[in-house]
Structure formats: structure tokens, C-alpha cells
Design a protein around this ligand. Structure first.
Ligand SMILES: [Zn+2]
Length: 306
């Protein structure tokens, strides 16, 4: 009678010790994982970028090894934005600062130079790429040609590899898959715009941001509301624009989300054409990545011009 009960007790004891071992193992594992997360957090590379589009590029390449902050908030005009002290702190803490250059961040440039620690590299994404000149100064909006965005991403990859060599393999692998996605995107945009009849591929936008997009994908920039952001157009500028819209037979005009579209709407009303939307430097809740921005623009161009 004793034997089975002893065996039962022994089995129960064995089961209990197995459970205890499993519990201990899971506690140890959790502790290790927690430790890993902590190490990962302290080792993250702090990157400060001017535009949300560049933050998207840095996250694609850096993944969870980077901590990205954007200097220019959503809805602000990068050409005239002057950051408050709370945003300047993002520069003083950064390991790497990434800007476009070519005067895009005109109002921000001095703040960046004065507040970035001397040991922190400042990368200018447009440097060395061929830029076109409008109104005697270089046009900074290179990224709206996907080929240039590819060059930007390669530059970001190289900067991260240089500043954080232990993670080089991860940065290269992430960049490779994102660059492949961008090459597909380039073809997708080209194919979409190709479907618009040649004589209707005409652009009238709020400011002069789309010359690289026009060049790469075969569109013609017919007119803009403002020669450079921050300046009010004169009555004559607006009259000239209305005339150009009519003379060129422009099917639609394009506002940009971060700019007041009142003048463009008046001009469109006068010329009897539709007002559509193109994204230049802003991202928002609906269009929250560079890939989505280019896809939205291509779709909108087809919808409004074809
Ligand atoms: Zn611009």
C-alpha cells in the first residue's frame, strides 16, 4: 500500500522541481532580455534631422539602433522655420546631424552651426549631387527625383556605418532592402506619369519644388505662385500665372499641404481649372513616409492631368 503513494509523492516532487526549473529559467531569460533592451537603448545613435522625410530614411536604415528626432515640425515651412529652444536641445544631444543643404534650411542653418557639438558630424545630403539653378540659386528639392533619394539613403547608410561601426552589417542590410524598394518606386512613378498624354504633363504649383520630379519623369514646370517661400506674390505675378495657365492649357494646379492655397485657388478659379495636391517636404498622418509621398504624388498627377 505504501509503495504507490511513495511513487506518487516522488512523481509530484519531480513535477514540482521541473516547474521550479522552468520558472527559474523563464525569470533568468526575462532578466537577460531586459538587460539586452537596456544595453540597446543606451547604445542607440542619436540622430537629429531637418525634415521628417529624412527621419524616415534614417529609420529605414538605422532600425532600432537609432533614435531620430526631427527639427522642423509637421506643417512648418522648412525655408523659413526658426526652431524654439526646446528643439535646439535635440542638436546639442545629437551624435549625428543630417540636413539637406543648398539653402533649404535657410533660417535653421545658423542655429545648427551654433548648437551642434564640434565632435558631431553634420551631413549635407545634397552635397555633390547635380543641382539645377532657379532664380540664381540652386533648387534644394532633389529628393523628389527618386534617383536622388537613393543617393541620400546611401549617404545616410555610410554616415551611420562610420559613426557606429559595430552595427555596420545591420545598416548595410537594411539599406539594401530599402534601396531595392526605392528602385521599384522609381519605376512605378515613371510608369504612372508615362500614362499622362505628353501635352498635358504641365505643372503649376505653389512653390518651385518640383523641377527634379519634372526632369526625371517628363513633366514641364509652367509656373509657381511664389518665386521663394516667405515672399508674397504681387498682383502682377498672379495675373501672369492665370495667363500662363490659360495659354499653356494646364489641366489642373497643385497646392502643397503646408502652404496657404488661397492665391492658387483664386488663380485656378479665374482660369477655370481644378486645384489638386502635391507633397513637397511635408509628411502628415495620411502620407507619413517618403514612399507614400511619391506614390500619392504620382497618383494625384495621373488623376488630375491625364
Ligand atoms: Zn521647398
Amino acid at each position: 500500500m505504501m509503495k504507490p503513494s511513495i511513487r506518487n509523492q516522488a512523481l509530484r516532487l519531480f513535477a514540482l522541481s521541473l516547474a521550479a526549473i522552468a520558472l527559474l529559467a523563464s525569470i533568468l531569460l526575462a532578466a537577460c532580455q531586459e538587460e539586452e533592451v537596456k544595453v540597446g537603448e543606451t547604445a542607440r545613435v542619436k540622430v537629429a534631422v531637418s525634415l521628417a522625410i529624412f527621419a524616415d530614411f534614417v529609420r529605414e536604415v538605422g532600425g532600432d539602433r537609432v533614435d531620430v528626432s526631427t527639427l522642423i515640425p509637421a506643417g512648418a515651412d522648412p525655408h523659413t522655420y526658426d526652431p524654439p529652444p526646446s528643439r535646439v536641445a535635440r542638436l546639442t544631444e545629437a551624435d549625428l546631424v543630417i540636413v539637406n543643404g543648398l539653402g533649404l534650411e535657410a533660417a535653421l542653418q545658423d542655429v545648427i552651426e551654433e548648437n551642434t557639438p564640434s565632435s558631431t558630424p553634420i551631413i549635407e545630403l545634397s552635397r555633390g549631387l547635380s543641382a539645377t539653378n532657379d532664380q540664381q540659386s540652386a533648387n534644394p528639392h532633389l529628393w523628389l527625383d527618386v534617383q536622388n533619394a537613393i543617393a541620400y539613403v546611401e549617404r545616410i547608410r555610410d554616415a551611420l556605418v562610420e559613426i557606429d561601426p559595430p552595427s555596420a552589417e545591420s545598416y548595410r542590410a537594411n539599406a539594401d532592402s530599402y534601396l531595392a524598394e526605392l528602385r521599384t518606386l522609381d519605376q512605378e512613378v515613371a510608369t504612372a506619369i508615362d500614362s499622362i498624354p505628353a501635352d498635358r504633363r504641365k505643372l503649376v504649383t505653389f512653390h518651385d519644388a518640383f523641377s527634379y520630379l519634372a526632369q526625371r519623369y517628363g513633366l514641364q514646370v509652367v509656373g509657381v505662385v511664389v518665386a521663394s517661400p516667405g515672399k508674397e506674390p504681387s498682383a502682377k505675378d498672379v495675373a501672369d500665372l492665370v495667363e500662363a495657365i490659360a495659354a499653356e492649357g494646364v489641366p489642373a494646379v497643385f497646392k502643397e499641404p503646408e502652404y496657404n492655397s488661397r492665391i492658387l485657388e483664386l488663380a485656378a478659379d479665374d482660369a477655370g481649372v481644378e486645384v489638386c495636391t502635391l507633397y513637397s517636404h511635408a509628411l502628415d498622418k495620411k502620407v507619413d513616409t517618403y514612399v507614400k509621398l511619391m506614390r500619392f504624388n504620382a497618383k494625384e498627377l495621373v488623376r488630375c492631368l491625364a
